[in-house]
Design a protein around this ligand. Structure first.
Ligand code: ADP
Length: 316
């Protein structure tokens, strides 16, 4: 049976309840919410009943246990999350600006998940998995990059598959070795899941179709471009499909791409046709934005079916 693995940050998110430009003034906060792009991704995979695991590290504190409890409840194998009694669980403070962009204060690199490394236990977890999902945000420290690279080699050597969501934040783009690591991951990727402009990060082409062709020529099997409220596009060597997105009320966009990617990967790995995987992914992304808190909007199969059926036929 396919088992999906991801590696990287598990943290809590604390959200400002009033819009504004950052945290240089006192502002009412809400949280902690379980978070971290890899954690949101794997929670959504688990909720869909697909075998799933994550390698990470948290402190033995409430922020860590909030995440462990949620992931365990949603069916994720959390044996790869080391609880470090000396460490502190990472955190991210988020405040929405009036224009919809987000200001972040991150505490990741110096938190427990900044010290994820290639332990004996992590090697064992890697060997139980046959699909690796890499998130760009997770390449924030050299020891995490090393763990991801070993997992890439191991999964590929055993005939497994790799999906990659660049998921880039300007705040972490300058981490040591980040750009090189992203390029290496791309060369091993079967399913590429960029958001908007991330499509052009690794291409000379600046127009979508040309960029897609350039990437498909490198051996990537399928590409899904996420386009926020405008939906998503799917491409492979034979076809392209566009989903216009589901109409929902957006309360908090954080986590949409992670939930979308998780649903797409889950259906793709189970052999669903691309149109079906794209529909479920768009439903997962849409439901994700309807809840405040990045992991609060992950969905089970029945919830996705209800949104899809309620929306009626959508031409894709
Ligand atoms: P990311 O979080 O990686 O930037 P997006 O914001 O593009 O990703 O969201 C991922 C997917 O979630 C989109 O492709 C779309 O299908 C869905 N989605 C995101 N925002 C909305 C929204 N406001 N309404 C409906 N669907 C949305």
């Amino acid at each position: 049976m396919t088992k999906v693995l991801t590696i990287g940050e598990v943290l809590v998110e604390i959200v400002a309840t009033k819009k504004g430009n950052g945290f240089r003034e006192a502002v009412p906060l809400i949280g902690p919410f379980p978070s971290g792009a890899p954690a949101i991704f794997i929670d959504q995979v688990g909720k869909l009943g697909v075998s799933s695991a994550i390698i990470s590290r948290v402190g033995d504190d409430d922020f860590g246990h909030v995440n462990l409890d949620r992931l365990r409840a949603d069916g994720v194998d959390i044996s790869g999350i080391e609880v470090d009694p000396q460490g502190t669980t990472g955190s991210a403070f988020v405040r929405y600006r009036e224009d919809g962009s987000r200001a972040f204060v991150f505490n990741i690199r110096h938190s427990a998940c900044g010290t994820i490394s290639l332990t004996f236990e992590n090697r064992k977890t890697i060997e139980t998995c046959t699909h690796l999902h890499v998130m760009g945000t997770a390449l924030y420290a050299p020891s995490v990059v090393e763990t991801v690279m070993v997992a890439l080699d191991s999964v590929k050597a055993r005939g497994g598959t790799v999906s990659f969501d660049p998921n880039l934040r300007p705040e972490i783009m300058n981490s040591p070795g980040m750009r090189e690591a992203l390029s290496t991951v791309l060369t091993r990727t079967d399913l590429f899941l960029p958001s908007g402009e991330e499509l052009f990060l690794f291409t000379t082409a600046k127009e979508e179709r040309a960029a897609i062709d350039e990437l498909l020529e490198t051996g990537i099997e399928a590409i899904v471009v996420k386009r926020g409220a405008a939906g998503a596009r799917y491409y492979d060597a034979d076809q392209s499909l566009t989903h216009p997105g589901f109409a929902v009320e957006e309360l908090d966009p954080t986590g949409a791409g992670d939930s979308f990617g998780a649903a797409f990967v889950s259906f793709w790995l189970n052999g669903s046709p691309p149109a079906e995987a794209l529909t479920y992914a768009a439903a997962a992304g849409a439901r994700a934005v309807t809840k405040i808190g990045p992991m609060e909007g992950t969905s089970n199969r029945a919830e996705l079916d209800a949104l899809i059926e309620g929306a009626g036929p959508i031409a894709i």
